[in-house]
Ligand binder design. Sequence first.
Ligand SMILES: NC(=O)c1ccc[n+]([C@@H]2O[C@H](COP(=O)([O-])OP(=O)(O)OC[C@H]3O[C@@H](n4cnc5c(N)ncnc54)[C@H](O)[C@@H]3O)[C@@H](O)[C@H]2O)c1
Length: 266
Amino acid sequence: MGRSQPPRDRTGQAVTRHAVVIGGASGIGWAVAQTLAAEGATVTIADRNAEGARDRAAELGAPHAAATVDVTDEPSVQALFEDLPTPAVVVNCAGYSGFGPITDLAVEQFREVVDVCLTGGFLVIKHAGQRMGDGGAIVSLTSLNARQPAIGMSAYCSAKAGLAMLTQVAALELGPRGIRVNAVSPGFVPTPLTEPAAMIPGVVEEYVENTPLGRTGTPQDIADAVAFLCSEKSSWMTGEVLDLNGGAHLKRYPDIHDHLMKFAGQ
Ligand SMILES: NC(=O)c1ccc[n+]([C@@H]2O[C@H](COP(=O)([O-])OP(=O)(O)OC[C@H]3O[C@@H](n4cnc5c(N)ncnc54)[C@H](O)[C@@H]3O)[C@@H](O)[C@H]2O)c1
């Protein structure tokens, strides 16, 4: 998709966009923050990990900044958007996954994942949507697991499927105000989130086997698509959930539970 040029006003002057990248202290969010900054946006890295957000913002340097937010906590999300200048772009990369078959899973574990991945997505769109205006873009991170079920990942799959639908409802509601709402749906990308699964022998190999393009993704693969959805190049796109997975959605998801059982010698 390539790098976008910074937006310009009628006189050809570059206009600085303010972008908030939630979950920007790590993995895909960090790649998104760097990409938007390289395209000329002023980026606020917001994360539950306050120290991580500060370190990453310092790495980007001024005028980029850090903020602390917990997407599961409404006052925290509300304060984030009240305290910052109105953003042109909001990217929500906060995410978390647990693992365990439904019959063994405590409801608290189920709720924890849904809280971050779905309710958090709702709170970000709600409060970003209240503040933003014409030309705004909101991008959420769903997952290949929104459409491809995985044994042991009931909460994550359900929450990400809900987030994909939420994206479409929000696009309907916010479109008349000139705010576009889209999502990207990554396949397997090595990051701290996927480290536990990647450590189980056979999981990455099975993903790659079931991927026509024959590799896992990189945070930059995802960041480039996010930057496209944040830019004027996608000005007629809303309510879209973009699959980015090397074609893995055409085949099947690895049986992580089976690999885990084999690894554990059962
Ligand atoms: N890595 C993958 O293979 C993959 C695949 C599909 C979807 N995704 C999604 O992409 C997004 C980014 O994932 P990643 O792999 O970069 O993970 P990551 O763990 O590297 O980064 C997630 C970031 O979100 C922050 N975060 C977690 N809970 C939060 C909360 N309640 N409030 C604010 N911040 C919070 C974390 O502190 C962390 O900095 C997630 O939504 C994830 O579900 C990732």
